[in-house]
Every structure is written in C-alpha cells, then in structure tokens.
Design a protein around this ligand. Structure first.
Ligand SMILES: NC(=O)c1ccc[n+]([C@@H]2O[C@H](COP(=O)([O-])OP(=O)(O)OC[C@H]3O[C@@H](n4cnc5c(N)ncnc54)[C@H](OP(=O)(O)O)[C@@H]3O)[C@@H](O)[C@H]2O)c1
Length: 266
C-alpha cells in the first residue's frame, strides 16, 4: 500500500535515459508525478517523454545536461520554467564505472570521469536543488548508491570510493537537513542488468554479459520499485539506506552462478 499521493509532485531524475533512471521515470509516471528528466542523450529523453505523456497523460520536461559540468548544471537548471522550479523529489541516479584496473595500474582519465560524474555530479545537482527545498520546508533527496558504497573489490577501487563518497554525502545531508522536513534516502543495489557494464567495458558486449553469467541479476524495475517505496512512505518515515541485492548475490564479490547446460555435440 502506498501512503503518500505523488500526483502532480515534481520529480527530477538524473540519468533518465537508461537503466535504473529510465525505470524510475516509468514508476513515477504511473503514479501521476510531473517529471523533469535529465541525461546527456537528448533523443532518448525525448522518446521517453513522448511515451510517458501519451501513456500516462502527465507533464514531462527534458533537460539534456552533463551532471559533471558545474556550469551546465547551474545554467540549465536556472533556466527551467517557474512552474517546474519547486522540485519535490530529487533522484540523483546518473553514474557510471570505467574499467576494472588495479589502482597501481589505473587509467587516470577513467578515474576523473568516475569522480566527476558520481561525486561532483551529485554535489552540483544537489547544490542547485536543495536550497529551494529548504526554503519550502519540503523535499526528498534519493541518492542511488550501490553495495559498493559499503564494500570494495579488487579492480573497483575508484568506483567504490565514489560510491562511498555518495554515502558520506547522504549521511551528511541527513544531519544537516534535520529539522527541515526534508528526507534523504540512499538506495544501494547489487548487480542490476543495465547498460552499466557496457559503459564500464566501453561497449565490449562479451565482457559486459559475463558480469551476469549464470546468475539472475536485479532488473532496473526492481530498483525503481524501491525508489518509489521510499518516496511513498508516510512523511514522518525516512528510509535512510536500502540495500538490495539479487538472491544470487551475497556481497559485492560473492555471486552464485549456475553452470550453463553443456551443449550436446551435433
Ligand atoms: N547496474 C548496476 O549493477 C548498478 C549497481 C549499483 C548501483 N548502480 C548505480 O545506478 C546508477 C544508474 O546506473 P545504471 O545501472 O542504470 O546504468 P546505465 O544504464 O548505464 O545508466 C546510467 C545513466 O546515467 C547517465 N549518465 C552517465 N553519466 C552522465 C553524465 N555525465 N551526465 C548526465 N547523465 C549521465 C546516463 O545517461 P547519458 O549517457 O545519456 O548521459 C544514463 O542515463 C548509477 O549511479 C550506478 O552507479 C548500478
């Protein structure tokens, strides 16, 4: 049962062009929210917006922006129409990983991209949106962390560091916003089958599909369902951290994989 009516509430979702962000947009559309969808790939956002408007008769605004650019974030968010400026729910979802190098062999450009997107992106967007939430005394910030916000694995040092940073940001915001009525939640998933691994391995489909081989990962919809759950709890209830893993996973480095049935010779 949903406790809070989100009809007409304004929800800003970063990284809405794919995966968890895309599925989250669909979930909020189903409950009648007004959606402000952000990502760099504008064509995808426009396509999604068209589908959501037609299917659910809701208002959707798209904003093509790179969350890692402080200038773009401030210019584009300052230019949104007045009737979109009272953001009720901010879903900081845009994020990515690059490579599986050990730290002492790492590619510095990969590090910069992860740090700029995953940490600075969350900071720039939040810096822009949260002040108005504080002024209005309403709001909910939902950050998409990861089980990598809690654990580390070899080859994931910088990605895990960025997600640990997101957790630190969520925890700090929760303290600093105490008394403002603003909720701060962190959704921390394990393996989710999205474009995440394709991006990580720069389009290498073999490496990307090996990540999910023999196991059943979470779907983006599974995670979106948790986001909606947090957003629809009664206003006095704040889900602080929600760790969600596939049943086939026990920790970031421990996955149960079934053997593929052996092919019979032709
Ligand atoms: N998949 C997993 O196993 C998993 C597990 C735990 C946590 N997560 C987290 O979940 C979040 C969503 O990832 P996903 O799995 O849904 O991956 P995905 O399918 O690759 O989606 C990532 C989204 O982030 C956007 N994005 C990336 N860099 C951006 C930038 N600089 N500016 C604006 N948007 C940007 C992408 O849009 P554009 O490319 O169009 O800009 C895309 O919409 C990430 O924070 C990720 O760390 C994923």
């Amino acid at each position: 049962m949903r406790h809070t009516d989100l009809t007409g509430k304004i929800v800003l979702i970063t990284g809405a062009s794919s995966g968890i962000g895309y599925a989250t947009a669909l979930e909020f559309a189903k409950v009648g929210a007004r959606l402000l969808l952000c990502a760099r790939r504008e064509a995808r956002l426009l396509e999604l917006a068209k589908t959501l408007k037609e299917t659910y008769q809701i208002d959707v605004l798209t904003l093509s922006l790179d969350v890692s650019s402080a200038e773009q974030v401030s210019t584009k968010l300052n230019a949104i129409p007045n009737d979109w400026s009272d953001i009720d729910i901010l879903v900081n979802n845009a994020g990515m990983a690059r490579g599986r190098d050990k730290l002492h062999e790492g590619n510095i450009l990969d590090w910069e991209e992860m740090i700029n997107t995953n940490i600075k992106g969350v900071l720039y967007i939040s810096r822009q949106i949260v002040p108005r939430m504080v002024l209005r005394g309403v709001g909910h910030i939902i950050n998409i962390g990861s089980i990598s916000s809690h654990e580390v694995y070899p080859g994931g040092g910088v990605y895990c560091a960025t997600k640990h940073a997101v957790r630190a940001i969520s925890k700090t915001l929760r303290m600093e916003l105490l008394g403002t009525n603003i909720r701060v939640s962190s959704i921390d998933p394990g393996s989710v089958e999205t474009e995440f691994s394709l991006v990580r391995f720069r389009g290498d489909t073999e490496k990307a599909s090996a990540v999910y081989k023999g196991m059943r990962p979470l779907s983006p919809e599974d995670v979106a369902d948790s986001v909606l759950y947090c957003a629809t709890c009664p206003p006095h209830v704040n889900i602080c951290e929600l760790r969600i893993m596939p049943t086939d996973q026990a920790s970031v480095g421990m996955t149960h994989r079934r053997k593929e049935p052996e092919k019979t010779p032709e």
